[in-house]
Design a protein around this ligand. Structure first.
Ligand SMILES: [Zn+2]
Length: 236
């Protein structure tokens, strides 16, 4: 198991850990601040710092093969740390923080466009949600204006845990049809933006929606019968 430090504190930029396993340039640690690809949010990049000071680049982070593990993918040809070694961790914070702001912005936008969400993706420079809705109902100015108005409320985000049974009793919480929340662990993590949004999400978010600053709609496009895509970026 890898302890997921970003779950309790998404603002950790560095930490220490111990190497549990190394296989073909993939490192497993006992704890990590690196978010693994999932829920439309890409995996973190950064460095593993060896006890001799050598900085080894992590080019991608994925869910590991073992249950509850995280796979840190090293740059091709990099020297791997050794099993048992105490290492330092450092994520590319500018990239991650942009992802956190855009990710949280999508939560807010999903409360402005009232329609089932059929997909979504986040990159450091832009993010998108796909909706099952008549494209004529999607107006760029109204979406940006409505989202930015909610952002000015500057409310703190909260993490809430509920049981599988509680989620079953409230199916309306699951807005994203393409990404069902992970089951079986007995409890499910929700992101709550008070009076705005509440939905299952395992990603990393900003502590206060004011940190998003504001968004702009880059484009609205037809990507299929049930996929009307709204692409956004951070403003300024
Ligand atoms: Zn989220």
């Amino acid at each position: 198991m890898t302890e997921l430090l970003f779950r309790d504190d998404a603002y950790l930029k560095s930490a220490t850990a111990r190497v549990l396993d190394v296989q073909d340039g993939v490192v497993t640690l006992d704890r990590t601040i690196f978010y693994p690809l999932g829920g439309g949010q890409p995996g973190d990049t950064g460095f593993i710092i060896r006890d001799n000071g050598e900085r080894v680049a992590v080019t991608d982070t994925r869910k590991g093969a073992g249950p509850g593990t995280v796979a840190h993918h090293l740059a091709a040809g990099a020297t791997s740390p050794e099993v048992g070694e105490a290492v330092g961790l450092e994520i590319d914070w500018d990239r991650r923080y942009a992802l956190m702001r855009l990710h949280t912005a999508l939560h807010v936008m999903s409360c402005v466009v009232i329609a089932p969400v059929t997909g979504g993706n986040i990159a450091p420079d832009k993010a998108r949600l796909d909706f099952d809705v008549d494209i004529a109902l999607l107006d760029a100015e109204r979406i940006a204006g409505g989202t930015n108005e909610l952002i000015t409320r500057a409310v703190a985000t909260e993490t809430v845990w509920i049981t599988d049974a509680e989620l079953d009793a409230r199916p309306e919480l699951v807005k994203t049809m393409s990404v069902q929340p992970p089951r079986g662990a007995g409890r499910i993590r929700l992101l709550r933006i008070p009076d705005i949004d509440l939905q299952p999400c395992g990603g990393t978010h900003v502590a206060n929606i004011a940190e998003i600053g504001g968004i702009q709609v880059l484009r609205i496009r037809n990507e299929g019968k049930r996929n009307k895509r709204v692409e956004i970026s951070l403003k300024g």
